[in-house]
Design a protein around this ligand. Structure first.
Ligand code: NAD
Ligand code: TYD
Length: 327
């Protein structure tokens, strides 16, 4: 298959492209925002630098494709709280342009990569694909907007589109603004590990390769017009995640620092993956303890990757976001 993968210079998309290596003919379209990096991709993969909002470019690229897989996103909730505009542009306008191109250029298949956050927070039990969308943050609201456009293109024009919604991912090459890589790197350097509020919020952790297998399974075999949830095998309170990182890096709990809570912070995410398991046979393979150990090891062995990130834009963001709180 010739596959256009958008946003694949980032964390999950690059893992997906590594997974497809040798089996499919991949072209990547990525804007290279602060989170996108050429070196995340295999050398032989063609990277077109540009935005999914660029109609001429997207229409030109889509013409040759058997499938489009859309990872392109602004992915950090905290940044969406500070400024939502880029989120709305990429998630809503950009997704709409991709869908128009898929329809008008006759691309046989479209997959939208989405998130458990579109369902909002749940105190007990797990969301299914039939749960109403009830997003809380500008990030998740605009992701939900993109998902709804995908469904509308299926209903209105019969575009062969599917959606795959994952829970919190972790693993190699995740930009260190997210909880796990941020805390791993801070633990390495003996800096404080910032925990929002009481740290009792719960996330459903999914190793990135497991999510990428789910995405590919849904691309190949999912029923058009349907969404499929891919949840991780383990849920964990943030404080427990941070404690495990301290253990794996040989640091003690004095590094934990409770900071101001995130506004509108979702308390718990939980996804049921029963549909994906029953219909398409997908199950996550990597338990959280094992995946976290692998992740810490990867960051230990790949300072070349994160050393450059921790200066420049990242430092500015970090100081603006945590500066005063972390002294
Ligand atoms: P990321 O921030 O690491 O990567 C996003 C990539 O998209 C970057 O390479 C960036 O340059 C690119 N991009 C941004 N705007 C673009 C545009 N307008 N046109 C083209 N490229 C653009 O994010 P990630 O964690 O890899 O997330 C990928 C996808 O998976 C997103 O759609 C996200 O909503 C979804 N998702 C993420 C998680 C998670 O835990 N990280 C969980 C479930 C779903
Ligand atoms: P994050 O990795 O930003 O993912 P998401 O917001 O998509 O769940 O955050 C994971 C959890 O960790 C979330 O409950 C917020 C919390 N968190 C902290 O406590 N401290 C931090 O510095 C960050 C970035 C997140």
């Amino acid at each position: 298959m010739r596959v256009l993968v958008t946003g694949a210079a980032g964390f999950i998309g690059s893992t997906y492209v590594h997974l497809l290596r040798g089996e499919h003919d991949v072209t990547v379209l990525d804007k290279l925002t602060y989170a996108g990096r050429r070196e995340n991709l295999p050398d032989e993969v063609e990277l077109i630098v540009g935005s999914i909002e660029d109609r001429d470019l997207v229409f030109e690229l889509a013409g040759d494709m058997d499938a489009v897989v859309n990872f392109a996103a602004e992915s950090h909730v905290d940044r969406s709280i500070a400024d939502q505009e880029a989120f709305a542009r990429t998630h809503v306008i950009g997704t709409g342009v991709l869908l128009d191109a898929v329809r008008e250029r006759g691309v046989p298949r479209f997959l939208q990569v989405s998130t458990d956050e579109v369902y909002g927070s749940i105190a007990e039990g797990s969301f299914t694909e039939r749960s109403p969308l009830d997003p809380s943050s500008p990030y998740s609201a605009t992701k939900a907007g993109g998902d709804l456009l995908v469904s509308a293109h299926w209903h209105t024009y019969g575009v062969e589109a599917v959606i795959c919604r994952g829970s919190n991912n972790y693993g190699p090459r995740q930009y260190p603004e997210k909880l796990i890589p941020l805390c791993v790197l801070n633990a390495f350097s003996g800096d404080p590990l910032p925990v929002y509020g009481d740290g009792r919020q719960v996330r459903n952790w999914l190793y990135v390769e497991d999510f990428c297998r789910a995405i590919h399974t849904v691309l190949l075999h999912g029923r058009a017009g349907e969404a499929y949830n891919a949840g991780g095998p383990d849920e964990c309170e943030n404080l427990e995640v941070v404690r495990r990182i301290l253990e794996l890096t040989g640091r003690d709990e004095s590094l934990i620092e409770h900071v101001r809570d995130r506004p509108g912070h979702d308390r718990r995410y939980s996804l049921s993956s029963e549909k994906l398991r029953a219909e398409l046979g997908w199950e996550p393979r990597v338990r959280f303890a094992e995946g976290l150990e692998r992740t810490v090891e990867w960051y230990r062995d790949n300072e070349w990757w994160w050393g450059r990130i921790r200066s420049g834009e990242y430092r500015e963001y970090y100081e603006q976001h945590y500066g005063r709180a972390l002294g």
